[in-house]
Design a protein around this ligand. Structure first.
Ligand SMILES: C[S@@+](CC[C@H](N)C(=O)[O-])C[C@H]1O[C@@H](n2cnc3c(N)ncnc32)[C@H](O)[C@@H]1O
Length: 339
């Protein structure tokens, strides 16, 4: 079944090679790029909220905390953006999409824009207060984080199961869950302080039961519920070789790792190609997401699982058993780790 929001060209999770998924009103723009890419300087100005008061300092829940209220499905994107922008004048910096990115935010989040606003508000209030997001990120939360992550949704088939490794404050996992209610998403994060925030965010935003939070390291949860995923995502977690060692075992054969990378992605792909292939992955392919929407587009290294990867190598040491496990069976709930 296809979701009209993401274009008729989308395929089901059982198929091997995903066609790019179009955003409403956009033709699909993801394409393989096998050479290093020159990244142009940003032409969009970093976001200056059109309305703001003081820097985020409140831990107040979002306006629609108990029952998120996405913009009306019938509303046109521009209407949704206008509605999101029409919060009270005391809205914290970054809570609403700044004017220069409002139309793009409306396009990528569609009728879930209101929910995205609720999540942005959580990030720039609680997320900043609790040290999960740097205060300097608040004014650019939409451009650098929310939209930047949401455009990766064009590479994820309808109804897919997704594991987001190293979610931190929910990037890209919660963003994808907000943009794509058809996905089943497991957020894997080892640090207690972060999983506490993730669990609260999932509850506040009403993302259950589609989103599950698992506390643990990716290499330790491989025998648990996240395994066998259609797609594994990771952003700013580790170099590609290490990431492949952790993430490929979490995906089914034919499933994919989507590693959100920066400007040196092509070099990283070349450097770690042999290690990735030795782990059972394909040649990494560099893809650009959100072309025509954001500048620069989001850079993703895509690795398809070709054969069942060997279990991750674990090193015995303090706090780890002979198999290298850091304890428990992966969910890690209840164990005390530095958060
Ligand atoms: C730099 S943060 C990035 C967080 C988020 N993905 C983002 O883009 O904002 C890296 C995250 O990876 C987590 N992490 C580190 N090693 C991990 C592992 N082996 N398995 C799962 N998560 C891990 C860290 O706890 C941290 O939350």
């Amino acid at each position: 079944m296809t979701d009209p929001r993401f274009g008729a060209g989308n395929i089901g999770p059982g198929e091997e090679s995903p066609g790019p998924v179009a955003f409403p009103g956009k033709k699909a723009s993801s394409r393989p790029v096998r050479r290093p890419i020159a990244f142009p300087g940003k032409t969009r100005s970093t976001s200056t909220p059109s309305r703001s008061s003081a820097p985020a300092a409140s831990s107040a829940p979002p306006s629609s905390a108990a029952s998120p209220s996405p913009a009306s499905p019938s509303a046109a994107p521009s209407s949704a953006a206008d509605s999101a922008l029409s919060d009270g004048v005391d809205a914290p910096v970054g809570a609403s999409p700044p004017a220069e990115i409002a139309a793009v935010a409306a396009e990528v989040f569609g009728d879930r824009l209101g929910l995205a606003v609720d999540y942005a508000r959580l990030l720039v209030t609680d997320g900043v207060v609790r040290g999960l997001i740097g205060p300097r990120e608040a004014p650019r939360i939409w451009e650098r984080h929310l939209v930047n992550c949401a455009v990766v949704s064009q590479m994820i088939p309808i109804g897919a199961s997704v594991v987001d490794v190293g979610s931190g404050a929910g990037l890209p996992g919660i963003v994808l869950a907000v943009a794509r209610p058809d996905l089943r998403i497991t957020l894997v994060e080892p640090l207690a302080r972060r999983t506490a925030f993730l669990e609260e965010a999932v509850s506040i935003l009403g993302l259950e039961p589609a989103v599950t939070v698992v506390r643990g390291r990716a290499e330790d949860v491989v025998d648990g519920p996240p395994a066998g995923a259609d797609v594994v995502t990771a952003r700013a977690v580790a170099p590609l070789d290490r990431l492949a060692g952790w993430c490929l075992p979490l995906a089914r054969v034919g499933g994919r790792l989507l590693a959100l990378k920066g400007a040196t992605a092509a070099e990283e792909a070349a450097e770690h190609r042999d290690a990735v292939v030795a782990l059972g992955g394909s040649d990494p392919v560099l893809r650009l997401c959100g072309e025509g929407l954001i500048d620069p587009p989001t850079t993703v290294l895509e690795v398809v699982v070709q054969s069942r990867p060997k279990p991750p190598t674990r090193v015995a040491g303090p706090g780890r058993d002979a198999g290298g496990r850091s304890g428990g069976r992966g969910t890690g709930r209840g164990r005390s780790r530095r958060g």
